[in-house]
Design a protein around this ligand. Structure first.
Ligand code: WTA
Length: 658
């Protein structure tokens, strides 16, 4: 495995950081008894947590479990938008900041819960006017601006499942997601700001929309203000619709199992999966974990830096925080714009107290140097979090000292698009921390590390991470594809009924979990999930390419980087040679092609042209050996190769490259 070297260092990590007494005294969870209580009666535990929401009708049964299909809070009726907005209007919170928005150019907007109510109900009326009703899917392709949260909540209010496509995805990726979900309406913007430049979302949307037969109307938010194409009869300006829309719209009384959203994520095949989350269980899961893990108080200014286009943004920028009546901060742009202290400037400007980001960002901050945070007053911070990939102890320590000033606990949270909510994480008032470990499963979560047969492995041994019991925020299925849901997550340990997470893990002698990274064909680049298959299909889609093999190699900042080994078609090779095109140029073109097909986040770091790929006698590409080459390791077992000379030559050429 790519990470073997770091894993060993991780397991030698012996530093322990105990929760400061002061923190424990004020913590939302002060006692370890909660773990035993949850274990003694998980359904009762989750039913008690469900009481934190407002229900129009209480559930009849907590859980209906027909493995692997779960229904939570069966018979209950609620509305996610009502829980995130309306119920806070009954108290002083109506005047509390719900969303603090900071635009990349430096513009800023604060929406109180009352403001949010006004805009969300207006937009819900707009959607209804456009013919959107309960069950209709709405695609959203927006930058990190308040209208994104408003659009989500408006959808939730009328029971229309949203499908948010990250603004960094390409036109083709958007098209495929719209078509898979059969979305009726698309909400987008003219553009968004990124490092001082405009990301032309509407242009991308237009390219996608030429091949999306289900989309009837497109709502366009004006953000960047440049000229965009507006198609008569199809495209409508958000601000014009809102100007005419009345305030006040009833929140639909929806079934607990009503679909709240679809979110696409990369899997082991070329086609992204539409992960389906439903209303009641999801909202119970995210509000409970947000409250406990981030120790949220009404006085907090909470900032999760994730884009809402990812699950972290869904659960911990929007639904969890707003359900809890929290002030949640949204920032539109890049961490290094206009300078490398932008995040710290934002923390100082708004007095952020709880800060949640990704290890890849922390490693970039480390590289930029401590002088940047040192220029700002970060003393309001009281708790830090990380998510998305394993954090190396060095980065943990840097974060702890330079951002947390040595006083803030760090919650390293393990979870996935599919789990909907945080699953393994410290509770900051009671869990001693070890840098690099997500520590232990949360109360009500039953995890384990098992071997290929599903038997628990010994402490200290590597194995596969599984979840043994259903949990409220679990995905319900893959949109339109129950079979894929069963095969991807449940077939592997069918007899035991375990959920297979796709991650490797170890436990140490304190029973702490150390996540070792993906064990499938998913690579995690800067906290973003990419499928090697999807990358390979994007490459072979290029007319020059004959074959492609993609692997993840370790990368100092991004955790993993995309390395592609590519063979060219003989004719293309001859033509390129005749045209005197350099390898560099060809590689550059192939990188750009992948970015165009999937999005800039998928642009390969390396493309390496080769005459042949190492294959087994049955013709399977041996990616394991390519990984060895890319990481500069001694080659593993090569005995099954059809032609061992291929790999030797490839290795020599790879090492000789500049
Ligand atoms: C990885 C993001 C180690 C893991 C919420 C998982 C982590 C994948 C951690 C899910 C962590 C997430 N430590 N690895 N704290 N958090 N991962 O769906 O490989 O974008 O399977 O959800 O990220 O990525 P996803």
């Amino acid at each position: 495995m790519a990470k073997e070297a770091t894993i060993d260092t991780l397991l030698e990590e012996e530093r322990i950081f105990y929760p400061p007494e002061e923190f424990t005294r004020q913590a939302n969870v002060k006692s370890k008894e909660i773990y035993a209580e949850a274990r003694a009666n998980p359904q009762l535990y989750w039913a008690m947590q469900a009481e934190r929401l407002d229900w129009f009708r209480k559930w009849d049964r907590v859980l209906e479990w027909n493995p692997p299909f779960a229904k939570w809070f069966v018979g209950g009726k609620l509305n996610a938008c009502y829980n995130c907005v309306d119920r806070h209007l009954k108290s002083w919170r109506r005047n509390k900041a719900a969303i603090i928005f900071e635009g990349e150019p430096g513009d800023s907007r604060v929406l109180t819960y009352w403001d949010l109510y006004r805009e969300v109900t207006q937009f819900a009326n707009v959607l209804k006017e456009l013919g959107v009703g309960a069950g209709d899917r709405v695609a959203i392709y927006l930058p990190m601006i308040p209208e994104l949260a408003i659009a989500m909540l408006a959808c939730a209010r009328i029971g229309a499942p949203h499908s948010i496509v990250f603004g960094g995805f390409s036109a083709e990726a958007l098209r495929d997601r719209i078509n898979d979900a059969g979305a009726k309406v698309l909400i987008t913007a003219d553009g968004g700001w990124r490092r001082g430049k405009i990301v032309s979302l509407k242009d991308n949307a237009d390219a996608a929309l030429s091949q999306t037969p289900t989309v009837e109307k497109v709502v366009v938010v004006r953000r960047t203000g440049q000229e965009v194409n507006m198609q008569e009869g199809r495209d409508l300006w958000y601000h014009e619709l809102m100007a005419k829309a009345p305030v006040g719209c009833p929140a639909e009384e929806l079934d607990s199992e009503h679909m709240l959203f679809i979110l696409y994520t990369s899997g082991t095949t070329g086609k992204p999966k539409g992960v389906v989350h439903t209303t009641g269980g999801y909202l119970v899961g995210v509000s409970t974990t947000h409250h406990m893990v981030f120790d949220i108080k009404d006085s907090d200014v909470y900032w999760c830096t994730a884009d809402i286009g990812w699950i972290t943004g869904h659960s911990y920028v929007v639904y969890g925080p707003l359900a809890n009546g929290t002030t949640t901060l949204m920032y539109e742009g890049a961490p290094d714009w206009p300078a490398q202290d932008r995040f710290w400037a934002i923390i100082e400007k708004y007095g952020v107290t709880v800060f949640y980001t990704a290890p890849t960002a922390i490693r970039a901050f480390m590289k930029w140097g401590r002088k940047w945070p040192a220029q700002h007053n970060l003393s309001t911070l009281r708790l830090l979090g990380t998510v998305g990939e394993p954090i190396n102890p060095e980065a943990w320590m840097w974060y702890y000292e330079n951002i947390g000033g040595g006083r803030c606990p760090i919650v390293d949270t393990w979870w996935q698009t599919e789990t909907g909510m945080i699953m393994i994480s410290p509770l900051p008032g009671i869990t001693p921390l070890k840098p690099g470990s997500a520590t232990v499963p949360l109360p009500g979560v039953e995890a384990d590390v098992v071997d290929k047969e599903g038997n628990p492995v010994l402490l200290g041994e590597g194995g596969l991470l599984v979840i043994k019991e259903p949990w409220p925020a679990m995905l319900r299925t893959v949109y339109g594809d129950d079979q894929r849901y069963i095969e991807t997550y449940w077939a592997r340990f069918k007899d035991k009924g375990y959920y297979f997470a796709g991650d490797g893990a170890k436990r140490d002698y304190h029973n702490y979990y150390w996540i070792l990274g993906r064990v499938d064909d998913v690579i995690n680049v800067a906290g973003h999930r990419l499928s090697t298959m999807e990358l390979e299909s994007a490459l072979v889609d290029h007319p020059w390419v004959a074959e492609a093999a993609v692997i993840g190699r370790s990368h100092e900042i991004k955790g993993q980087a995309v390395a592609a080994f590519v063979t060219l078609k003989a004719r293309a090779f001859e033509e390129l040679k005749a045209a005197k095109r350099s390898f560099k140029e060809i590689e550059g073109e192939l990188k750009a092609h992948v970015a165009k097909k999937i999005g800039a986040i998928a642009r390969p770091d390396d493309v390496f042209l080769t005459a042949e790929l190492p294959k087994t006698r049955s013709g399977k590409i041996m990616r394991r050996l390519l990984r060895d080459i890319a990481e500069g390791r001694v080659l593993g077992d090569t005995t099954t190769l059809a032609d061992p000379a291929v790999i030797a030559e490839l290795k020599a050429k790879y090492e000789a490259r500049e």
